[in-house]
Design a protein around this ligand. Sequence first.
Ligand code: GLU
Length: 451
Amino acid sequence: MAVSDHVDLPTFMEGVKKRNPYQPEFVQAVQEVAEDIFEFMQDKEEYHSQQILRRIAEPDRVVSFRVCWEDDNGNVRVQRGWRVQNNNAIGPYKGGIRFHPSVTESVLKFLAFEQTFKNALTGLPMGGGKGGSNFNPKGKSVREIMRFCQSFMTELYRHIGADIDVPAGDIGVGGREIGFMFGQYKRITNNFTGVLTGKGLEWGGSLIRTEATGYGAVYFLANMLATKSEDLTGKTAVISGSGNVATHAAEKIVQLGGKVLTLSDSGGYIHDPDGIDQEKIDWVKTHKTHRRGRIEEYVTAFPKATFVAGKTPWGVPCDVALPCATQNELLGDDARMLIANGCKAVAEGANMPTDLDGVHVFKAAKILYAPGKASNAGGVAVSGLEMSQNSERRSWKEEELQQMLKDIMSGIHKSCLAYGDQGGGYIDYVKGANIAGFKKVADAMLAFGVV
Ligand code: GLU
């Protein structure tokens, strides 16, 4: 078949849209990848004829199930749970579980698709998956959360396994929820195995897993700045979110000499012109994680700061920006505003926080812009290291793990350079990450034939 006979990008995307109606997030994630992959595949007949991208964009399976639980008042509640197993060409399915009212099949399909590329980029043998539920943990008692997690696992357990599919945390799922789910898995199967990551240190967890996503994003940012012979010393940073990723990104920025100006949650953002130092970060961690409070209350504790309700922080002038909250939180106009205010680098701590318009704005401005699949891969990378430690039945030292995380982030940066260097000092990190991640999975799929 002549190269010109292959379907073009618009026709391919029409098909994706038609097959996935009412799934805008999934279509968006596929589009962002396809824009780069179609160019890369132009002269690569085998990827076309074997329909590799078409196959990666069709999950191996989507399991959807009912999750019933009883609230503290004895009411029966019904939620929907999912596990999307996108692709296991290079290793067991791997990816987090998200509990949030915004969770839909579309959101989980986009996350599992992205995870496939991200996991490939880490260099570790992990396929891509994602799961979750539209359960809203906000305002629920610990007992209610426990009952929900147990009920969720009572179905999920039959679809996962240490060599099959290894879930972890994501939005709304932290160490506590992983504990409840691991306990239920063990109870049902009588099997103590590394079936989840993000476990507690006493029962098979890994050091630095909690810090890894945020730290990794800042290591990646530092790698990007180094290509311009710059570092984080004295740089101002705008960060969105105030959960695990955002607070650890803030911590690493401060450690490397930068000044963090903002954090946020769904209610709005706080701006602290003095900088959010380690003491204030510790306050946020305790406030958000243990007291389950709102970021708004930061201004009571630190009165020099201001709270801006209902807004994202992208209008605050900064040198670097780290969107660490959720998907589509940074839109085209936000991207334009960041650039107009002199922002030099953006590293995504969240998954797909920038919408397609915003991605195109960053690319056109040729700033240092890292997509989440590259810059937030540190979390799943340390999950991969947790799996290795579980298989070895031992725990590695913190220094070893810190070094491995740094090396993995540098390795991802190198992969992005290999496929994203556009000459003239511009590196298209989106393209580099998409192609490097795709190539690894695609070549494995070619080896397996049509399966
Ligand atoms: N939820 C995280 C992510 O988006 C971590 C997944 C994992 O550790 O498996 O990459």
